[in-house]
Design a protein around this ligand. Sequence first.
Ligand code: PSU
Ligand code: MN
Length: 305
Amino acid sequence: MNRYLDISNEVKNALSNNVPVVALESTIISHGMPYPQNLDTAIRVEQAIRDSGAVPATIAIIGGRLKAGLTLKEIEYLAKEGTNIPKASRRDLSYLVANKKDGATTVTTTMMIAHMAGISIFATGGIGGVHRGAETTMDISADLEELAQTPVMVVCAGAKSILDLGLTLEYLETKGVPVLGYKTDLLPAFYTRESSFKVDYNVQTPEELASIFKASKELSLKGGMLVVNPIPEKYSMDREYIDGVIDAAVNKANALGIKGKETTPFLLAEIKEVTGGDSLKSNIELVLNNARLAARTAVALSRLK
Ligand code: PSU
Ligand code: MN
């Protein structure tokens, strides 16, 4: 067992008794939403997973400890501290651990810690990817490299069009990461159910998702897979409106010379500011929707074991 890893008793018991577990990230809590909506959402997402028959394991770094399964107090702490908690990607992990610091885990580090703990399925909102203009900036999220090397299934609502969605799919293809559409042929774009890009496969049930994941494990394929689950129709946003907001945010970031790890948080904050409560409501609903699908898939996977 990893000497820096703390698995909560509930999660440990679940894992040793083949009770399904779903991992959740903490960047979405500390950086993705304002307080107190971030706290309320984190609690509701955990409850949605329980209601679907699985145990939630929210993941974060607290005082240099890698945590799989948080207490309510710890979730409150991450929600209240917000952006004071550094966003932790793969390159930050050893520094934060050695210095006993806190970190809000991204898709990358949540996958890493989930895998260390023995958790196979992880639900989030959106993933990082190839940024627009990456042909000159080389800004490609570490999330894609992690999907290429860590055997965890990530359930998301696609990616925001702050990214170049076409190049993101090309990158995933090169790295051998399957992109599985849940009841869709087209890659969802987070706030909207569709983009103009095709997924690899249209999968109809959580049972089918579980059996594809099981096959990957039994084939000893080292990477993960991406499940893209469209936002429920009722909460989806107008494509032209949100695309306009995103284009303006990308132009502003370029004009201000925003770079590196600041790019994604800057763009997300801009979108939030311009769209106000509408995008936040959509964001909350799509995360809940992904948590339910991830939990149903974890239940199906535990039955196959
Ligand atoms: N995209 C979103 N919402 C998010 C993120 C990305 O629509 O909250 C967060 C996730 O934690 C993701 C990270 O793993 O940002 C990617 O950051 P970067 O692009 O710097 O790799
Ligand atoms: Mn980046």
